[in-house]
Design a binder for this molecule. Structure first.
Ligand code: MEV
Length: 422
């Protein structure tokens, strides 16, 4: 089993990190090439329209992640400095309490048919329910491959949302995200629904509120992990109060959830999945009560002064490891290979664990020293890079700017000139 704890990884030069990864995972030369983007313009031309090139983003590795007793190296594709470090740091704290525990719903997506001008809602509802088996069988007939893999329709729901009737198909998509499959299914059964309801079908499309396909993840963090040489109890209590703030105030809940998505989205992107869909599902789920709420909450395990900090996250997670536009993308394939997940549900649990890790790291920093101190060095490095520093110059220019308490492009240019003048 891979060990996701690699002390000092961040201090290694880039090429040594690659060698280490290659050796640990036995990557082929082609797979190593995919670390540099993995998609050329000619291939990209077959993915979207009006292609004029490709766009690079840094690919980093989250360390220390353990979910359900298994270690994972987690690739993240993201532009924001400190996100990878924060996730690794949060995962390390959770690891000291045994790692994350997670579980996932079956991979069931919802697809909707909107029915207009239904003459008698009650009769239509009854007739559609009576014919449910026939409707589901008609939908299943469009997906022989899915059926062969054990997936297919699991149920049907009729909802009167006012002004119109809505029929939901619930479809087990196995290891696919399933958007194309379920869209085909609802398009296929819409005429039958029209006949049964006397209504006029209009939209036939999946719902991104994938609340039948949720993941739940929990972490238990000992006080010593929160504050190795300090007052862990105070840090725990501050995190609990910070979490409560998100529970009371949607302005804070939005930022709290953004911190969770800092962990979620970059892994979703690295694995070639549709992050807009995951985002839409997350925020719709966060607002399901009518108020916008935090996706993760933190509390003390019990009333004891040395009680662990406990966090839990629940959110929809519509991901695939097969099918989809980008599954042929060598970079996405490599990301899945590095992760070593074998089902979409397993991927969802790891993604959610990284989301909870990111949330923990952000709250711990915010509730103690604030985040700017940690951000400053990373910010200084990126300002140094923008000023043209390369190799060892980056660190020297960044250090000089921090010492001068002036992290700015002008200062970076001056420090770079000084470094180069020797
Ligand atoms: C920054 O990308 C994310 C945070 O704002 C999250 C939070 O406030 O919890 C630090």
């Amino acid at each position: 089993m891979i060990d996701s704890r690699i002390p000092g990884f961040y201090r290694l030069p880039l090429h040594e990190r690659r060698v280490l990864l290659q050796e640990r995972l036995g990557l082929t030369a082609d797979e190593v090439c995919a670390l540099d983007g993995g998609l050329d313009a000619a291939a990209a031309d077959h993915v979207i329209e009006n292609v004029i090139g490709t766009y690079g983003l840094p690919l980093g590795l989250v360390l220390n992640v353990r979910v359900n007793e298994r270690d994972y190296l987690v690739p993240m594709c993201v532009e924001e400095p400190s996100v990878v470090a924060a996730a690794s740091n949060g995962a390390r704290m959770a690891r000291e309490g045994g790692g994350f525990r997670a579980d996932a719903d079956p991979p069931v997506m919802i697809a909707q048919v909107q029915l207009l001008d239904v003459p008698d809602v009650q009769t239509a509802t009854r007739r559609v329910r009576e014919q449910a088996a026939e409707i589901l069988a008609a939908a299943d007939r469009t997906q022989p491959d899915l059926l062969a893999h054990g997936g297919g329709c699991r149920g049907l729901e009729v909802r009167d949302v006012g002004e119109m009737l809505v029929v939901h198909l619930k479809v087990d998509c196995r290891d696919a995200m399933g958007a194309n499959m379920v869209n085909t299914m609802v398009e296929a059964v819409a005429p039958l629904l029209a006949e049964l309801s006397g209504g006029r079908p209009l939209l036939r499309i999946l719902s991104n509120l994938a609340d039948q396909r949720k993941v739940r993840v929990r972490a238990r963090v000992p006080l010593a992990a929160l504050a190795p040489d300090g007052d862990g109890g105070a840090v725990r209590d501050a995190i609990v109060v910070a979490s409560r703030f998100a529970g009371l105030d949607p302005y804070r809940a939005a930022t709290h959830n953004k911190g969770i998505m800092n962990g979620v989205d970059p892994v979703v992107i690295a694995t070639g999945n549709d992050w807009r869909s995951v985002e839409a599902g997350a925020h719709a789920f966060a607002a399901r009560s009518g108020a916008y709420r935090p996706l993760a909450v933190w509390h003390a395990a019990d009333a004891a002064p040395d009680a662990d900090l406990v966090g839990q996250l629940e959110m929809p997670m519509a991901l695939g490891i097969v099918g989809g536009t980008l599954r042929g993308h060598p970079g996405a394939r490599l990301a899945l290979r590095i992760l070593g997940v074998t089902t979409a549900a397993e991927l969802g649990m790891v993604v959610a664990a990284v989301g909870l890790a990111s949330n923990l790291a952000a709250l711990r920093a915010l509730a103690s020293e604030g985040i700017q101190r940690g951000h400053m060095r990373l910010h200084a490095r990126s300002v140094a890079l923008s000023a043209g520093a390369t190799g060892g110059e980056v660190e020297r220019v960044a250090t000089a700017m921090i010492a001068a308490r002036d992290v700015s492009p002008v200062r970076a240019a001056a420090e770079l000139a000084r470094v180069r003048a020797g």
